[in-house]
Write a protein that binds this ligand. Structure first.
Ligand code: SF4
Length: 239
């Protein structure tokens, strides 16, 4: 298994962050100080690889790991390779947030960390395409859908070997990631656009990318959940 690492210099976008984090005019100078401190240390990172994919019955096999998921079965149908990955805002911003006592400053640092995560997510997607000559990529993410639960983080991390550890990314016993501003998933090639949101009925979600589709649920052979709350949707982190 060949691992590919990326780390980027996060350039930031002050005006966009002021807007996104609802920083009011009175606080803008204070926010700028925190923002500049973040930019000095920010080093978001990611790691990805290519794995062989195959299917047998209701199981998908990725790099020798077995996954039972209708979403994977349908999305990976006919594919011989997929691309597991993880991304993180980086330990630098995470440690800075943890060392900051002021709750407003922490909120700002978290918001900046999330933007840094999005930036590295975008770059990683390009890197997968460049490295493997891949076409249009969609992503499936453990924890976003009941059919592909958060517990699938374990085999996904295993597929990336020492990669997550090398970029300072830790998987907790409950399968959450530290730093919190991190993302994980499997990129797969497909001409048509796929978003987890199409199979997720959560109402009023600010991260929604596509409308929920009952037709799509039927096509994937999924029952509409009555009480579904995604365990750890990280859609915001993806490109
Ligand atoms: S972004 Fe929202 S709607 Fe989309 S999969 Fe995640 S929780 Fe569901």
């Amino acid at each position: 298994m060949e691992l590919h690492y990326i780390s980027i210099r996060y350039e930031g976008d002050f005006d966009a962050l002021v807007k996104r984090l609802h920083v009011n005019g009175d606080c803008e100078d204070e926010f700028r100080d925190v923002y500049e401190d973040c930019l000095k240390i920010a080093c978001p990172k990611g790691v990805f690889t290519e794995c062989a994919a195959s299917q047998e019955g209701s199981f998908s096999f990725i790099g020798g790991k077995r996954f039972e998921s209708r979403v994977l079965l349908r999305n990976f149908e006919g594919l011989s390779r997929v691309f597991p990955y993880v991304i993180s805002c980086g330990r630098e911003l995470y440690d800075f947030a943890r060392a900051t006592e002021d709750p407003l400053y922490r909120f700002w640092i978290d918001g900046i960390s999330e933007a840094a995560l999005r930036a590295v997510g975008l770059r990683l997607r390009q890197a997968v395409q460049e490295t493997y000559g891949a076409g249009h990529l969609n992503s499936v993410n453990p924890g976003s859908l009941r059919d592909f639960p958060l517990s699938c983080q374990r085999p996904l991390f295993d597929l990336l070997g020492e990669g997550p550890d090398k970029i300072g990314l830790e998987l907790t016993p409950t399968f959450l990631m530290l730093p919190y501003k991190s993302g994980s998933g499997i990129y797969f090639e497909a001409e048509a656009r796929y978003e987890n949101c199409m199979l997720c009925p959560r109402a009023n979600c600010p991260g929604r990318r596509m409308p929920y589709s009952e037709d799509m649920m039927a096509a994937y052979g999924l029952e509409p959940p009555k009480d579904f709350e995604p365990e750890a949707c990280r859609n915001a982190a993806r490109a």
